[in-house]
Ligand binder design. Structure first.
Ligand code: SAM
Ligand SMILES: O=c1cc(-c2ccc(O)cc2)oc2c(O)c(O)ccc12
Length: 238
Protein backbone atom coordinates (compact mmCIF):
# COMPACT_ATOMS: atom_id res chain seq x y z
CA UNK A 1 0.00 0.00 0.00
CA UNK A 2 2.81 2.36 1.02
CA UNK A 3 4.67 1.65 -2.26
CA UNK A 4 1.55 2.17 -4.34
CA UNK A 5 0.98 5.61 -2.81
CA UNK A 6 4.60 6.61 -3.36
CA UNK A 7 4.44 5.75 -7.03
CA UNK A 8 1.38 7.83 -7.67
CA UNK A 9 2.55 10.80 -5.64
CA UNK A 10 6.22 10.93 -6.52
CA UNK A 11 6.98 10.86 -10.21
CA UNK A 12 10.70 11.26 -10.68
CA UNK A 13 10.93 14.93 -11.50
CA UNK A 14 14.48 15.42 -10.35
CA UNK A 15 17.76 16.24 -12.05
CA UNK A 16 19.73 13.71 -10.05
CA UNK A 17 21.78 10.80 -11.42
CA UNK A 18 19.09 8.21 -10.69
CA UNK A 19 15.39 7.95 -9.80
CA UNK A 20 16.47 5.80 -6.83
CA UNK A 21 18.58 8.60 -5.41
CA UNK A 22 15.69 11.06 -5.70
CA UNK A 23 13.34 8.56 -4.06
CA UNK A 24 15.91 8.12 -1.28
CA UNK A 25 15.95 11.87 -0.61
CA UNK A 26 12.17 11.99 -0.53
CA UNK A 27 11.78 8.98 1.74
CA UNK A 28 14.68 9.67 4.10
CA UNK A 29 14.40 13.41 4.45
CA UNK A 30 11.30 15.00 2.93
CA UNK A 31 8.25 12.78 3.52
CA UNK A 32 8.92 12.06 7.22
CA UNK A 33 8.41 15.75 8.04
CA UNK A 34 6.00 16.81 5.30
CA UNK A 35 2.80 18.12 6.89
CA UNK A 36 -0.32 16.00 6.20
CA UNK A 37 -2.18 18.75 4.24
CA UNK A 38 0.72 18.91 1.75
CA UNK A 39 0.56 15.15 1.23
CA UNK A 40 -3.17 15.53 0.59
CA UNK A 41 -2.58 18.35 -1.86
CA UNK A 42 -0.09 16.25 -3.81
CA UNK A 43 -2.61 13.42 -3.90
CA UNK A 44 -5.42 15.58 -5.33
CA UNK A 45 -3.01 17.16 -7.84
CA UNK A 46 -1.59 13.82 -9.06
CA UNK A 47 -4.50 13.16 -11.44
CA UNK A 48 -4.32 16.62 -13.06
CA UNK A 49 -2.92 16.45 -16.63
CA UNK A 50 -0.34 19.12 -15.70
CA UNK A 51 0.57 17.65 -12.30
CA UNK A 52 4.29 17.77 -13.17
CA UNK A 53 4.17 21.58 -12.96
CA UNK A 54 3.69 21.47 -9.18
CA UNK A 55 6.61 22.45 -6.99
CA UNK A 56 8.51 19.29 -6.01
CA UNK A 57 8.26 18.24 -2.33
CA UNK A 58 12.03 18.55 -1.78
CA UNK A 59 11.96 22.07 -3.21
CA UNK A 60 9.02 22.85 -0.93
CA UNK A 61 11.00 21.64 2.06
CA UNK A 62 13.76 24.09 1.19
CA UNK A 63 11.21 26.89 0.83
CA UNK A 64 10.07 26.27 4.41
CA UNK A 65 13.63 26.50 5.64
CA UNK A 66 14.29 29.75 3.77
CA UNK A 67 11.03 31.28 5.01
CA UNK A 68 11.99 30.42 8.58
CA UNK A 69 15.56 31.70 8.19
CA UNK A 70 14.31 35.17 7.19
CA UNK A 71 11.35 35.10 9.62
CA UNK A 72 9.08 35.73 6.66
CA UNK A 73 5.75 37.34 7.45
CA UNK A 74 4.87 39.20 4.25
CA UNK A 75 5.32 37.25 1.02
CA UNK A 76 4.42 37.19 -2.68
CA UNK A 77 3.84 34.18 -4.92
CA UNK A 78 3.59 34.34 -8.70
CA UNK A 79 2.22 31.06 -10.13
CA UNK A 80 -0.03 29.09 -7.76
CA UNK A 81 -1.45 26.17 -9.81
CA UNK A 82 -3.15 23.87 -7.22
CA UNK A 83 -1.27 25.51 -4.35
CA UNK A 84 1.54 23.23 -3.16
CA UNK A 85 4.12 26.02 -2.70
CA UNK A 86 1.39 28.36 -1.48
CA UNK A 87 0.24 25.94 1.20
CA UNK A 88 3.90 25.31 2.16
CA UNK A 89 4.31 29.04 2.67
CA UNK A 90 1.01 29.45 4.50
CA UNK A 91 1.88 26.61 6.90
CA UNK A 92 5.32 28.08 7.58
CA UNK A 93 4.70 31.80 8.16
CA UNK A 94 3.15 33.00 11.45
CA UNK A 95 -0.60 33.23 12.02
CA UNK A 96 -0.65 36.96 11.22
CA UNK A 97 1.53 36.49 8.12
CA UNK A 98 0.23 37.42 4.65
CA UNK A 99 0.75 36.02 1.15
CA UNK A 100 -0.24 37.90 -2.00
CA UNK A 101 -0.69 35.07 -4.51
CA UNK A 102 -1.34 35.68 -8.20
CA UNK A 103 -2.35 33.24 -10.92
CA UNK A 104 -4.31 33.54 -14.16
CA UNK A 105 -6.19 30.37 -13.38
CA UNK A 106 -8.81 30.20 -10.62
CA UNK A 107 -9.93 26.65 -11.47
CA UNK A 108 -6.60 25.08 -10.49
CA UNK A 109 -6.43 27.11 -7.26
CA UNK A 110 -9.88 25.78 -6.41
CA UNK A 111 -8.58 22.20 -6.58
CA UNK A 112 -6.35 22.84 -3.56
CA UNK A 113 -8.54 25.38 -1.77
CA UNK A 114 -10.57 22.89 0.32
CA UNK A 115 -7.30 21.50 1.71
CA UNK A 116 -5.99 25.01 2.41
CA UNK A 117 -9.24 25.78 4.26
CA UNK A 118 -9.13 22.53 6.22
CA UNK A 119 -5.53 23.31 7.24
CA UNK A 120 -6.81 26.58 8.77
CA UNK A 121 -4.48 28.89 6.84
CA UNK A 122 -6.76 30.51 4.25
CA UNK A 123 -6.83 33.76 6.25
CA UNK A 124 -3.15 34.30 5.43
CA UNK A 125 -3.78 34.17 1.67
CA UNK A 126 -4.92 36.91 -0.66
CA UNK A 127 -5.39 35.04 -3.95
CA UNK A 128 -5.68 37.32 -6.98
CA UNK A 129 -6.82 35.82 -10.27
CA UNK A 130 -4.75 37.87 -12.65
CA UNK A 131 -1.73 38.20 -14.87
CA UNK A 132 1.30 38.76 -12.66
CA UNK A 133 2.16 42.24 -14.00
CA UNK A 134 -0.96 44.04 -12.73
CA UNK A 135 -0.54 42.38 -9.32
CA UNK A 136 3.04 43.60 -8.97
CA UNK A 137 2.33 47.01 -10.53
CA UNK A 138 -0.59 47.58 -8.15
CA UNK A 139 1.60 46.72 -5.16
CA UNK A 140 4.16 49.24 -6.38
CA UNK A 141 1.52 51.99 -6.58
CA UNK A 142 1.43 52.01 -2.78
CA UNK A 143 4.76 53.41 -1.64
CA UNK A 144 4.50 51.63 1.74
CA UNK A 145 4.86 48.32 -0.08
CA UNK A 146 8.34 49.20 -1.37
CA UNK A 147 11.00 47.37 0.62
CA UNK A 148 8.36 45.67 2.76
CA UNK A 149 8.26 42.01 1.62
CA UNK A 150 10.39 39.32 3.25
CA UNK A 151 10.07 36.65 0.58
CA UNK A 152 8.85 36.08 -2.98
CA UNK A 153 8.47 32.90 -5.02
CA UNK A 154 8.22 32.98 -8.81
CA UNK A 155 6.97 29.91 -10.68
CA UNK A 156 5.06 31.19 -13.72
CA UNK A 157 5.78 32.30 -17.31
CA UNK A 158 9.54 32.03 -17.81
CA UNK A 159 9.66 34.68 -20.54
CA UNK A 160 8.82 37.38 -17.99
CA UNK A 161 11.08 36.35 -15.11
CA UNK A 162 13.41 39.32 -15.79
CA UNK A 163 10.48 41.75 -15.67
CA UNK A 164 9.19 40.25 -12.41
CA UNK A 165 12.71 40.48 -11.02
CA UNK A 166 12.89 44.27 -11.43
CA UNK A 167 9.55 44.77 -9.69
CA UNK A 168 10.25 42.25 -6.94
CA UNK A 169 13.59 43.82 -6.05
CA UNK A 170 11.72 47.05 -5.32
CA UNK A 171 9.14 45.24 -3.19
CA UNK A 172 11.60 43.13 -1.19
CA UNK A 173 13.31 44.33 1.99
CA UNK A 174 17.08 44.52 1.93
CA UNK A 175 17.96 41.03 3.19
CA UNK A 176 14.74 39.61 1.74
CA UNK A 177 14.73 36.62 -0.61
CA UNK A 178 13.26 35.94 -4.02
CA UNK A 179 13.32 32.33 -5.25
CA UNK A 180 12.91 31.51 -8.94
CA UNK A 181 11.80 27.99 -9.92
CA UNK A 182 12.82 26.09 -13.07
CA UNK A 183 16.23 27.71 -13.51
CA UNK A 184 17.69 24.42 -14.80
CA UNK A 185 14.68 23.80 -17.07
CA UNK A 186 14.85 20.00 -17.13
CA UNK A 187 18.66 20.16 -17.42
CA UNK A 188 18.26 21.65 -20.92
CA UNK A 189 20.26 24.79 -20.04
CA UNK A 190 23.48 22.74 -20.22
CA UNK A 191 22.67 20.81 -23.42
CA UNK A 192 23.45 21.67 -27.03
CA UNK A 193 20.17 22.89 -28.54
CA UNK A 194 19.84 19.97 -30.95
CA UNK A 195 19.97 17.48 -28.02
CA UNK A 196 17.09 19.14 -26.21
CA UNK A 197 13.73 17.35 -26.26
CA UNK A 198 10.90 19.34 -27.86
CA UNK A 199 9.14 19.90 -24.53
CA UNK A 200 12.10 21.79 -23.05
CA UNK A 201 12.94 23.87 -26.16
CA UNK A 202 10.25 26.39 -25.33
CA UNK A 203 11.58 28.76 -22.69
CA UNK A 204 15.12 27.33 -22.65
CA UNK A 205 16.53 30.51 -24.20
CA UNK A 206 14.73 32.74 -21.66
CA UNK A 207 15.98 30.72 -18.72
CA UNK A 208 19.58 30.78 -20.00
CA UNK A 209 19.39 34.57 -20.45
CA UNK A 210 17.73 34.99 -17.06
CA UNK A 211 20.47 32.95 -15.33
CA UNK A 212 23.10 35.24 -16.93
CA UNK A 213 21.18 38.31 -15.81
CA UNK A 214 21.00 37.09 -12.20
CA UNK A 215 24.71 36.24 -12.15
CA UNK A 216 25.60 39.78 -13.25
CA UNK A 217 23.18 41.61 -10.93
CA UNK A 218 25.24 43.29 -8.20
CA UNK A 219 22.11 44.10 -6.17
CA UNK A 220 21.73 40.45 -5.17
CA UNK A 221 23.61 37.45 -3.83
CA UNK A 222 22.58 34.22 -5.58
CA UNK A 223 22.69 30.47 -5.15
CA UNK A 224 21.34 28.07 -7.80
CA UNK A 225 20.21 25.02 -5.83
CA UNK A 226 19.83 21.89 -8.02
CA UNK A 227 16.60 20.87 -6.31
CA UNK A 228 13.37 20.17 -8.14
CA UNK A 229 13.84 21.78 -11.55
CA UNK A 230 16.50 24.20 -10.26
CA UNK A 231 15.71 26.91 -7.74
CA UNK A 232 17.71 30.12 -7.72
CA UNK A 233 17.70 31.84 -4.34
CA UNK A 234 18.43 35.57 -4.52
CA UNK A 235 19.05 37.77 -1.50
CA UNK A 236 18.57 41.52 -1.93
CA UNK A 237 21.82 43.20 -0.85
CA UNK A 238 21.13 46.90 -1.49
C1 SAM B 1 4.37 25.82 -12.60
S1 SAM B 1 2.77 26.32 -12.22
C2 SAM B 1 2.91 26.85 -10.53
C3 SAM B 1 3.14 25.71 -9.58
C4 SAM B 1 2.93 26.05 -8.12
N1 SAM B 1 3.93 26.95 -7.63
C5 SAM B 1 2.85 24.81 -7.27
O1 SAM B 1 3.59 24.65 -6.31
O2 SAM B 1 2.01 23.94 -7.59
C6 SAM B 1 2.66 27.82 -13.12
C7 SAM B 1 1.40 28.63 -12.88
O3 SAM B 1 1.64 29.93 -13.39
C8 SAM B 1 0.43 30.44 -13.91
N2 SAM B 1 0.78 31.50 -14.88
C9 SAM B 1 1.37 31.36 -16.08
N3 SAM B 1 1.56 32.56 -16.65
C10 SAM B 1 1.13 33.49 -15.77
C11 SAM B 1 1.07 34.92 -15.77
N4 SAM B 1 1.52 35.63 -16.80
N5 SAM B 1 0.54 35.53 -14.69
C12 SAM B 1 0.08 34.81 -13.63
N6 SAM B 1 0.11 33.46 -13.58
C13 SAM B 1 0.63 32.81 -14.62
C14 SAM B 1 -0.25 29.23 -14.53
O4 SAM B 1 -1.65 29.45 -14.61
C15 SAM B 1 0.15 28.10 -13.57
O5 SAM B 1 -0.87 27.85 -12.63
O1 LIG C 1 6.82 20.87 -17.46
C1 LIG C 1 7.11 21.47 -16.41
C2 LIG C 1 7.82 20.83 -15.42
C3 LIG C 1 8.13 21.54 -14.27
C4 LIG C 1 8.87 20.91 -13.20
C5 LIG C 1 9.77 19.91 -13.43
C6 LIG C 1 10.47 19.33 -12.37
C7 LIG C 1 10.24 19.77 -11.10
O2 LIG C 1 10.89 19.19 -10.06
C8 LIG C 1 9.35 20.79 -10.85
C9 LIG C 1 8.66 21.36 -11.89
O3 LIG C 1 7.75 22.82 -14.06
C10 LIG C 1 7.07 23.46 -15.02
C11 LIG C 1 6.71 24.80 -14.81
O4 LIG C 1 7.05 25.43 -13.68
C12 LIG C 1 5.99 25.47 -15.80
O5 LIG C 1 5.63 26.77 -15.57
C13 LIG C 1 5.63 24.84 -16.98
C14 LIG C 1 5.98 23.53 -17.21
C15 LIG C 1 6.72 22.82 -16.23
Amino acid sequence: MENETKEVLSPNKGLLQSPELYQYILESSVYPNEPEPLKELRAVTASHPRALMGTAPDAGQMMSMLLQLVNAKKTIEIGVFTGYSLLRTALTIPDDGKIIAGDLNLDTYEIGLPIIKKAGVEHKINFIQSEAFPVLNKLLETSNNEGSFDFAYVDADKINYHNYHERLLKLLKVGGLVVYDNTLWGGSVAMPEDHVAEKWRTNRHWIIEFNKLLASDSRIQICLAPLGDGMTICKRLI
